[in-house]
Write a protein that binds this ligand. Structure first.
Ligand SMILES: NC(=O)c1ccc[n+]([C@@H]2O[C@H](COP(=O)([O-])OP(=O)(O)OC[C@H]3O[C@@H](n4cnc5c(N)ncnc54)[C@H](O)[C@@H]3O)[C@@H](O)[C@H]2O)c1
Length: 432
């Protein structure tokens, strides 16, 4: 089938390359010309395992363009995968989605279908359909097909999703979109567009609530002497609950959870429904990050002014170069405010001139980051850190404080190297 994907970020590029791999002819459009230039060279502009190789294998199925032009008229299905960042009120900023609707409406032929992949509040599909009708002069059905991929495993998630959600009222349009994914073995759930739009927010909110709940419990564990990893394991073995997303740590980040929680809250408020659980998940996340920073600051005591703190990992989670809303940024801010000097290293994430990371010095590697450090904080549990020799870290550090913000290191190895090991919600493992 002839397909177009507008917006080639983490979602759109994986979708475009994935659809190319399924044998479709894909036109990928992104307004960022530097991104298109990278793609035109056969490279990919972001870190996503396996994506570059998949692009190379299916290159003849893909064309890229920095603007919506007349080639779009060939498309039978157009996916909208542009960003929907938080606006000033916390609501999703839909300006890019509406701009795309104006541009594609002017070029599509009768019979084409527009699919919204971006995460958008309930009612957005109806608004996009109205724009398309006004611009095109005829009706173009809009199907909601929210994306559930996770950065770091995005291509595998495209190829083996848990489910494919299709929301809309035009059965023919829904079948055409379902047909595009025929090569993907996943259950297809068909529903009204409003339910599909809400499903995405509901999923992210549920995952965030689980993390925040465990993070709150970790703070209680620290007070009562319990081990949050044992509590999480016990809870997760209940078949009604399951083990995923029950790990305490340094808080969640990324481009989705924080913004989707606030957009869901805003949607509730607009409709007179206060979503207190969702609100609490956001507040608990902010509190968890502050708590970790405060523990580092307290442990350094008076010496925090001028102390050197090393951050291991900057991306919001392993497997991605995405720094949006990463916990490392929040920690950095609090540590700098307390007077510390902060140096960090990440295998792929590069903050460049991102203002959130201003004040951070970048090290050449994980060991260089700890040279002369008074404290080390593991923020993102990349494998790279799990294999570093604690003895070598101990030799290079000036101080002896190690904060394992993800409960990912082996406590014995670190305490055995003479380091004071601190973690999240497991007081019995901590050493003085
Ligand atoms: N990143 C994820 O893990 C993830 C997962 C599921 C859903 N989503 C949702 O998918 C959407 C996209 O997320 P993302 O992480 O890929 O965003 P992103 O910021 O990585 O990519 C968005 C892309 O859209 C392009 N763009 C913006 N306006 C455009 C326009 N008018 N015309 C053409 N291109 C334009 C940008 O240049 C950018 O490359 C969001 O709504 C997000 O909430 C993201």
């Amino acid at each position: 089938m002839q397909v177009a994907v507008i917006g080639l970020g983490y979602v759109g590029l994986v979708l475009a390359v994935g659809l190319g791999g399924l044998g479709h002819q894909v036109l990928g459009v992104d307004a960022d010309s530097s991104r298109i230039a990278v793609l035109a060279r056969g490279e990919i502009p972001l870190h996503e395992p396996g994506l570059a190789e998949h692009l190379a294998r299916h290159r003849d199925h893909l064309r890229f363009s920095e603007r919506v032009d007349d080639r779009l008229a060939e498309a039978q299905v157009v996916f909208v995968a542009v960003g929907t960042p938080p606006g000033v009120t916390g609501d999703a900023d839909l300006s890019a989605v509406f701009r795309v609707a104006e541009a594609v409406g002017a070029r599509l032929r009768r019979g084409a279908v527009v699919v919204i992949k971006s995460t958008v509040p309930v009612g957005t599909g109806a608004r996009v359909e109205a724009i398309l009708r006004r611009v095109a002069g005829f009706s173009i059905p809009v199907v909601s097909n929210p994306e559930f991929l996770a950065e770091g495993s995005a291509l595998a998630d495209f190829q083996r999703p848990d489910r494919i959600i299709l929301g809309g009222s035009d059965a023919g349009a829904m079948e055409r979109v379902a047909g595009l994914f025929a090569g993907v073995g996943a259950p297809v759930l068909r529903m009204d567009r409003e339910s599909a739009e809400l499903s995405k927010y509901a999923s992210n909110a549920m995952l965030a609530v689980r993390i925040s709940f465990m993070n709150e419990l970790s703070r209680l564990c620290e007070q009562v002497g319990a081990d949050v990893t044992k509590v999480g394991e016990s809870v997760g073995l209940d078949h009604r609950i399951g083990p995923a997303f029950l790990r305490a740590g340094a808080g969640f980040g990324g481009s989705c959870f924080p913004k989707d929680l606030s957009a869901l809250e805003a949607l509730g408020m607009r409709h007179g429904v206060r979503l207190g659980v969702v609100e609490a998940a956001s507040l608990a996340n902010v509190a968890q990050r502050r708590h970790l920073a405060q523990r580092v600051i307290d442990a350094l005591g008076e010496g925090v002014r001028g102390a050197r703190v090393a951050l291991w990992g900057l991306a919001f989670k392993p497997g991605t170069d995405d720094l949006r809303e990463a916990s490392a940024g929040a920690l950095l801010r609090d540590l700098i405010a307390a007077g510390a000097e902060v140096v960090g290293w990440d295998p792929v994430a590069r903050p460049g001139d991102d203002p959130v990371f201003s004040g951070l010095s970048l090290a050449e590697g994980p060991l260089e980051a700890v040279d002369g450090a008074d404290a080390l904080v593991l923020v993102t549990e990349w494998d790279h850190f799990l294999t570093v020799d604690p003895e070598e870290v101990s030799r290079r550090m000036r101080g002896d404080l190690v904060f394992d913000g993800r409960n990912a290191l082996k406590p014995d190895a670190w305490t055995g190297a003479g380091l004071r090991y601190r973690c999240v919600g497991r007081p019995a493992l901590e050493t003085e």
